[in-house]
Ligand binder design. Structure first.
Ligand code: PLP
Length: 407
């Protein structure tokens, strides 16, 4: 089925032009215009179907239009959507208790976007440093890793080492020290009496699904405990089932002081983020010291609560682990056939394309022509993060298309 206008121009061409004419060009989207989504599939304005192998950068872990999530959203929409935190609403306590239980922590601080949750973790860590650890006023330091991606606010891009993310946006917030990702000795050496937190991704998503050496996260946990420094794990992309466990930290049996969550927490419907920790840390915030008009709103809580209930059974995590093994086997067979290297954890892969084949962008364009949507990260790396509900057959079909465009 192909819907065309009177001049013979496809709806896609028209909509791409209209979108580009009236938006800031802070993205370079593939020229596809989507109108419908269900499970792992999307349909464009011309009726063409695409397999979604990006899943909104893991915001769509449960796929498009999951009936349980859409049902929870609809039910809440008909009752109450926003109160602000000036009042308490009846979906709030259940969501916070369920998310706290999922994380094994006492308290939840709900926000909206991932960047806001990261900012929250930074503020909480600094306040904890001054009030609990005894760091002198305005001297707190936070250790971050090279190649990090924690969001797009001015403070956060200030400790990015990606020139695109950072250049032209200074002056930046001071108080951050960068160490090489995966290098425990460097991290240990960077700790000073004024260090209040280590903020890292347990797996670097935007960096290209970079998995640190085995034992790194355990080492970070040990060093942080010994030196009295908070371990804040940014699980916004890695967490909530993607890696085959609830949290990427679970692979090393590590529990951070602060879980920083987002993306999939909103079920692909609304932005929902949170910082989750114990009373001795999150308890430093008093009324008026932090907040958000939309954070923890009724719709967000209803959807987030459903997400947490779906994760509580472990079935999505198991599925990610099982499908991830298929993904690994299929990618192994492609090494030397257009792929020079890859990293897989659960249903999540960073694939380094042989530069002779083309850039990551070019490979994604060729995939699009074959009905598969994926996204390059840096240069010649492609990230695959299919919805965890994808069928085994569809996953095989998607990788068949990848194999075909690599020749
Ligand atoms: C996407 C992402 C963020 C930022 O989340 P937004 O909702 O886009 O602000 C932060 N950290 C990580 C690891 C991410 O993947």
């Amino acid at each position: 089925m192909s819907i065309t206008t009177g001049t013979g121009t496809s709806m896609t061409t028209t909509e791409v032009e209209r979108a580009e004419a009236r938006t800031a060009h802070n993205y370079h989207p593939l020229p596809v215009v989507l109108a419908h989504g269900e499970g792992a599939w999307m349909t464009d304005v011309d009726g063409k179907r695409f397999l979604d192998l990006l899943a909104g950068y893991s915001a769509l872990n449960f796929g498009h239009s999951h009936p349980r999530l859409i049902g929870a959203a609809h039910a809440q929409l008909d009752k109450l959507t926003l109160t602000s935190r000036a009042f308490i609403h009846d979906a709030f306590a259940d969501f916070c208790a369920a998310l706290g239980d999922l994380c094994g922590k006492e308290l939840v601080l709900p926000m909206n976007t991932g960047a806001e949750a990261v900012e929250t973790a930074i503020k909480v860590s600094r306040k904890w440093g001054y009030e609990v650890k005894g760091v002198p006023a305005d001297q707190a330091r936070i250790i971050v890793a090279s190649g990090n991606f924690h969001g797009r606010t001015t403070t956060i891009v200030g400790f990015s080492d990606d020139p695109d993310a950072r250049d032209g946006f200074g002056p930046f917030t001071p108080g951050f020290d960068t160490v090489p990702y995966g290098d425990l000795a460097a991290l240990e050496a960077a700790i000073t009496p004024n260090t209040v937190a280590v903020l890292i991704e347990p797996i670097q998503g935007e960096g290209g699904v970079v998995i640190p050496p085995e034992g790194y996260l355990r080492g970070v946990r040990e060093v942080c405990t010994r030196e009295r420094v908070l371990f804040a794990a940014d699980e916004i992309q890695a967490g909530l089932g993607r890696t085959g466990r609830t949290f990427a930290c679970d692979h090393e049996g590590v529990v951070p002081d602060l879980y920083v969550l987002g993306k999939a927490l909103g079920g692909g419907i609304v932005p929902v983020s949170a910082v989750v920790g114990n009373r001795d840390v999150l308890g430093v915030l008093k009324p008026g010291q932090h907040g958000s008009t939309f954070g923890g709103n009724p719709l967000a809580c209803a959807v987030g609560h459903e997400v947490v209930q779906m994760l509580a059974t472990g079935e999505h995590q198991t599925r990610a682990a099982e499908l991830g093994e298929i993904l690994r086997e299929r990618l192994e067979a492609l090494v030397g056939k257009g792929i020079v290297g890859f990293r897989v954890r659960g249903l999540w892969a960073g694939i380094d394309i042989d530069p002779a084949i083309g850039t990551g962008r070019e490979v994604c364009e060729r995939l699009m022509a074959r009905g598969v949507l994926a996204k390059d990260t840096h240069g010649s790396t492609i990230r695959l993060a299919p919805p965890l509900v994808i069928s085994e057959d569809d996953l095989h079909w998607g990788i068949d298309q990848l194999a075909a465009v690599l020749v």
